[in-house]
Design a protein around this ligand. Structure first.
Ligand code: UD1
Ligand code: PEP
Length: 435
């Protein structure tokens, strides 16, 4: 098990460059399966989930060449569909959530596919109905084999159609788009997810010769094409990492500049941190966060207590709710945190309470944070990271705390944050990796 040992209390200072976006990378990497031609991808983050997906693609027969740091060339000209029958496929595909998105492109190109129940964070029920109902609408047949926990899909003749998605699922929308781009006729997807991840995927597919319109909205129209060609694509900076760095700066009274943040793609993320009272300054495309002694949570216009809740894009991403929560623990004032999408993502607050934070967990979805306004610092403890974003929230808490903390199960953090220990050390953090 991997652990981080953190000596809290250092003020950090300097510049940090965000990694390429994890959740975009998982979609874009699966999309290389859509064509037999080479696809070059830049700004690929060096994180566990992405490396595992690249390994999975390579095992399926995709030629993978690392061109330079964070740039790769992929060529899916010789896919071994027999590999899907192997125990190795079951093990690799089940290891991460993003693997579910190999289904769409495999159906589009080869007319069939299968996948074991995918992994990812245990943050509540994570149903896949949207994916399979979407494939069925396109004419696929879907069977779940409870004996071997495999979903089997047969789709020799996908046909474009109108569909209203069950919910605006991020990976579900990506999967259905990738299945529909090579289907016969036109597909219209209403209630589509429209995160920047999805927008980037659609733009990439259009560069490959696809015909997708409505990008950025929840109504996508996809005209099926015969085949797609190769392309080049650059991943956006990871907006969840950017939000995490803003929270980190505020909690640790640090002066940090987040470089090349693609502020135009961050939606309401900066605004939500500003509502906690955090000063952010845009300097070109950089976000400068000054060292702040205190930050005060705003109230709503009528004076009532602020609520921060997640919602499908362009609402506030659920992946930053845990970060907002931890950041609020040292603010002045109170906030109600409402994690609507996932029912098991707030239980990590127990650890923050052990560290001295004032939080009332109202129910699995809501927590009331009463900010300490730095009257007392959090204290270092030993804790275990239950999921990726809780893990980083605990890391932020530990960096701000008095004393030493140990975070066990830090593999969770490595799933989505590139070389976080060495990058934070460069800013002055005392963090050590214990293997
Ligand atoms: C690999 C990847 O990209 N993972 C992201 C992706 O997961 P993923 O695509 O698996 O998540 P979904 O978008 O399918 O759904 C997330 C959760 O939200 C619920 N839900 C979803 C849509 C909706 O309109 N109403 C609703 O309640 C779902 O029931 C589910 O519990 O999107 C999630 C939601 O942004 C993020 O937390 C994950 O980091
Ligand atoms: C929940 C997340 O990831 P995954 O969907 O891969 O579990 C996340 O990125 O916050």
């Amino acid at each position: 098990m991997l652990s981080f040992k953190i000596q809290g209390g250092n003020r950090l200072r300097g510049e940090i460059i965000p990694q390429g976006a994890k959740n975009e990378a998982l979609q874009i990497l699966c999309a290389v399966l859509l064509t037999a031609e080479p696809v070059i991808i830049h700004n690929v983050p060096d994180i566990r989930d992405v490396n595992k997906l690249i390994e999975l693609l390579a095992s399926m027969g995709v030629k993978v060449e690392k061109l330079k740091e964070s740039s790769y060339r992929f060529e899916a000209s010789n896919i071994d569909m027999q590999y899907l029958e192997s125990p190795a496929y079951k093990e690799k595909a089940a290891a991460l959530r993003g693997s579910i998105m190999v289904l769409g492109p495999l159906l589009a190109r080869f007319g069939k596919s299968k996948i074991p129940k995918p992994g990812g964070d245990k943050i509540g029920r994570r149903r896949l109905d949207t994916h399979f109902l979407g494939f069925e609408k396109l004419g696929a047949k879907f069977v779940y084999d409870s004996q071997d926990s495999f979903y089997h899909i047969d789709a020799s003749n996908l046909k474009g159609t109108y569909m209203l998605l069950d919910e605006a699922s991020v990976t579900g929308t990506a999967n259905v788009i990738m299945a529909a781009v090579l289907a016969k006729g036109t597909t219209t997807i209403y209630n589509a997810a429209c995160e920047p991840y999805i927008q980037q995927l659609c733009k990439m597919i259009n560069r490959m010769g696809g015909k997708i319109s409505g990008i950025g909205s929840n109504l996508l129209t996809i005209e099926g094409v015969e085949a797609l060609k190769g392309t080049e694509h650059t991943m956006l900076p990871d907006m969840i990492e950017i939000g995490s760095f803003i929270g980190l700066a505020a909690m640790t009274q640090s002066e940090i500049t987040i470089k090349n943040a693609r502020i135009d793609q961050l939606g309401m993320i900066p605004e939500v941190f500003r509502k906690l009272g955090i000063a952010l300054e845009y300097r070109g495309d950089d976000i400068y966060i000054p060292a702040q002694e205190h930050y005060e949570i705003e109230t709503f216009i009528d004076g009532s207590i602020l609520t921060v809740a997640d919602a499908p894009w362009p609402g506030f991403t659920p992946d930053l709710i845990s970060i907002i929560l931890v950041t609020a623990t040292q603010a002045k004032g109170s906030v109600l945190i409402h994690q609507k999408m996932f029912e098991s993502r707030l239980f990590f607050v127990d650890k923050l309470i052990d560290m001295g934070a004032q939080i009332i967990l109202c129910d699995p979805h809501r927590a009331n944070v009463i900010g300490l306004n730095r009257a007392v610092p959090l204290r270092g403890i030993q804790m275990t990271s239950p999921d990726i974003r809780a893990g980083v929230s605990l890391l932020i808490a530990a960096l701000s705390a008095k004393g030493t903390s140990i975070i066990d199960n830090a593999e969770q953090i490595d799933r989505g944050y590139q070389h976080i220990d060495t990058r934070l050390q460069k800013l002055g953090a005392s963090i050590e990796r214990l293997q």
